[in-house]
Design a protein around this ligand. Structure first.
Ligand code: HEM
Length: 124
């Protein structure tokens, strides 16, 4: 008789699969955004020259606001989703897992909404 391995239980949803793909796609997006951010802020503008006026001037352009929004959203969702997996791996008591992950989701949500609000409503 042919030896068979027990069937792996089917996951209830495809969430983890989509999450896996999201981490790879957001990594590529972040790589482009973060390297551009680094080169522009550090080399083109220069750290000493970054002032409130420089950023306010930059936000006169819708393109820069959009760029900063993407960096905010992709950075937070990529980072928070990565942390979700790390917490799942390292925190075993169910209650602590729910507690710590809830804090992560609330902080992520509040900072994305707050950041987006500022990016959209800022006026000189
Ligand atoms: C150049 C930008 C970045 C690239 C190319 C990148 C790439 C990646 C990739 C490919 C993974 C998946 C690893 C895996 O599933 O085994 C990952 C995981 C992760 N990333 Fe990023 N990332 C970037 C920026 C960031 C930033 C800005 C943060 C924080 C806000 C962050 C936080 C995390 C965390 C917490 C994980 C989960 C680590 C783990 O599973 O061990 N990453 N990153």
């Amino acid at each position: 008789m042919q030896a068979t391995s027990p069937a792996r239980p089917r996951p209830a949803s495809n969430f983890e699969l989509y999450s896996w793909f999201f981490m790879r796609i957001s990594a590529i997006v972040l790589f482009v955004l973060a390297v551009f951010h680094l080169v522009y802020m550090h080399l083109v503008i220069g750290l000493d020259a970054i002032t409130f006026e420089v950023i306010a001037e930059r936000w006169q352009s819708a393109g820069w606001r959009l760029f900063d929004l993407f960096l905010l959203v992709f950075g937070w969702i990529h980072g928070a989703n990565g942390m979700r997996v790390v917490l799942d791996d390292y925190i075993h008591p169910q209650g602590w897992k729910v507690f710590v992950k809830s804090i992560l989701y609330v902080v992520t949500f509040v900072l994305i909404v707050l950041g987006a609000y500022i990016i959209f409503t800022f006026r000189m």
